[in-house]
Ligand binder design. Structure first.
Ligand code: ASP
Length: 342
């Protein structure tokens, strides 16, 4: 009898000590050597690209661009740079690369212009900065970081955002700098077909939003996103990319997230914040939260797209409900991945 009671007490003691299912899942997915010193993930847009419709040469070109952008991030993280500086530097490289729909290479609005959106957020103090409908500023992500670091505001738009960036010394370019031959031809084609013909035959023609999420060596998170938005968008339309909580979010208590896809759905679902909130309140781990939001919540309402995310342990999640997402990730333990398809 005494043995029975001892066992019963031992059982209750162990039951109280055993991890919750969240912790058990988290532990399973935690990198083998414990917390990562640093981790980084980037995306270059999600869409309908697959092994059949994306030419090999294009895939290789995207992979090379992703690799050179993430290599810069790795170098900075190894040297101890802070998370938001890494996000800014990596996104700048992708904005300058005309393959992506951000900075040079952005898609055009219905009236043939370029209007750029970007945002950045720091997980340590929830500071953030965003710009929308910005023109003439070579690197919108720098404008977003400027708003975060130097202004008393969080979000500037249009002419005011451009003026603020110029006053603070950011580089001016003529708007024609952003417009590439490929995007211009696509715009002309869309004008002629007046939207009757979808550009489904070209899986990457209107894709390429860029984003970056980082855990730095000091244990802080940051996220950023930059885009030209959606092809043929209405003049003045604002997507999810500059909306904190929709396309971008970072909180040192949970994770850093950057999204890409049909922005209206990302805003309605508050996708990036929803992932953080699921971790915070529902005690889900990073993968569970990203999958629940992207593969179920977003998909069930018809929103296509994906996210990249990193948590405070350096776990990385890259989830999409489209056929492909241009992406790459790396961590201090030697993980190096570049991918396009499922
Ligand atoms: N999310 C972007 C927007 O709606 C577009 C994209 O990521 O492809 O503006």
């Amino acid at each position: 009898m005494r043995t029975f009671y001892t066992s019963l007490i031992a059982f209750f003691f162990l039951a109280c000590q055993s991890p919750t299912s969240h912790e058990a899942n988290g532990a399973e997915r935690t990198p083998q050597n414990g917390k990562q010193d640093w981790a980084i993930a980037i995306h270059g847009g999600a869409g309908g690209m697959n092994r059949e419709n994306l030419p090999e040469a294009k895939r290789l070109a995207y992979e090379a661009s992703l690799k050179s952008a993430i290599d810069q991030g790795i170098k900075m993280l190894e040297q101890g740079a802070d998370a938001s500086s890494v996000v800014e530097a990596v996104i700048r490289i992708m904005e300058d690369d005309s393959l992506f729909n951000a900075g040079r290479g952005a898609v055009l609005t219905a009236n043939g212009e370029v209007e750029l959106d970007a945002s950045i957020m720091r997980g340590s103090d929830l500071q953030c900065g965003a710009v929308s409908g910005i023109q003439n500023i070579k690197n919108p992500i720098m404008a977003a970081k400027l708003v975060m670091d130097s202004s008393k505001h969080v979000f500037l738009s249009g002419k005011g955002a451009t003026a603020y960036a110029l006053e603070h010394g950011l580089e001016w370019v003529d708007n024609s700098y952003f417009i590439t031959k490929t995007r211009w031809e696509l715009y002309q084609e869309r004008l002629q077909t007046k939207g009757v013909k979808e550009v489904g035959d070209n899986p990457i023609s209107k894709k390429g939003t860029v984003g970056c999420v980082v855990l730095d060596r000091q244990g802080h998170l940051a996220a950023g996103t930059s885009t030209g938005g959606m092809m043929m968008k209405e003049y003045g339309r604002i997507g999810d990319s500059p909306v904190i909580g929709a396309g971008t979010y970072a909180d040192d208590r949970t994770c850093a997230v950057s999204g890409t896809g049909h922005g209206e759905y990302f805003i309605r679902r508050a996708v990036a914040h929803e992932i953080s909130a699921r971790m915070m309140y529902a005690r889900e781990d990073l993968h569970e939260a990203c999958e629940a939001v992207v593969l179920h919540e977003l998909k069930d309402m018809g929103g296509d797209g994906g996210v990249i995310a990193v948590d405070t342990m350096g776990n990385i999640s890259m989830v999409f409900n489209t056929e492909g997402m241009f992406r790459a990730c790396a961590d201090a333990n030697g993980k190096r991945e570049v991918g396009v398809f499922r």
